[in-house]
Ligand binder design. Sequence first.
Ligand SMILES: C[S@@+](CC[C@H](N)C(=O)[O-])C[C@H]1O[C@@H](n2cnc3c(N)ncnc32)[C@H](O)[C@@H]1O
Length: 258
Amino acid sequence: MQNPAPETPSTATPRPDRVHREVVSFVRRSARMNASQEKAWQAWHSSRVVPVAQGQTETSVAPQPPLDWAEVFGRRAPLLVEIGSGTGESLVSMARQHPQANVVAFEVFQPAVASTLGRMAREGVDNVRIVMADGQQGLEHLFEPASISELWLFFADPWHKSRHHKRRLVSPEFAQLVRSRLVTDGRWRLATDWQDYAEWMREVLDAAPGLVNEHLDPADPEHTGWAPRLELRPLTKYERKGLAAGRTIRDLTYRKTS
Ligand SMILES: C[S@@+](CC[C@H](N)C(=O)[O-])C[C@H]1O[C@@H](n2cnc3c(N)ncnc32)[C@H](O)[C@@H]1O
């Protein structure tokens, strides 16, 4: 998707009581919910949305001890995490196909979270909990090192303009955070419909220490580094849009080696 223009930063001298806004990978939009989102939110948020201590902004996560996810879910199971789950199209389908896992999703946009809650209820999916906050900060503060079996980042906001590249979620620093939270042999699965972001991901992640591109083998011309389409990933609105516009969908898989 195209990113809306972020707010223009003020050039005035910052007041000391002003909240310091960090560079984030998302844009705040109107949190108005339609009637069905409102209904789903009221019915499900208390049992499916996990409250966390927030930092200076509404979407931030304060430094805090990692959550006991076995307690949150009421069972011990492998943890799968999606950052930027949107309305839950991939999330709910993927969670249904991993009934043996506890699935945690991060999404900052409340109407999208409400739609996800409605989708979970309609599809009878019960192994998902949502944190309505920045997934980057959530990953850092809410998970023990070496605790996540898989991380999913599907159709992340591409931030096309060079001056916005700093807002892209995939960066060398984020790669090291992901690596630290994955278990050994854990997987980071990504998909995007933007070739320039796909190449950016390759550049950053192929060079990331402790992560290996599962589909790259310089000795084998069949293994060029692009993963085959992840079979379990459903065809979502973003993928359909990309295909309709003639773009190539790129999947990537990295494995934590150390
Ligand atoms: C382009 S949508 C893709 C949604 C979904 N992954 C899919 O494939 O249908 C990206 C979503 O990521 C969310 N997002 C971006 N950065 C985020 C972050 N750091 N933490 C949580 N959500 C984020 C946005 O609010 C948006 O809903």
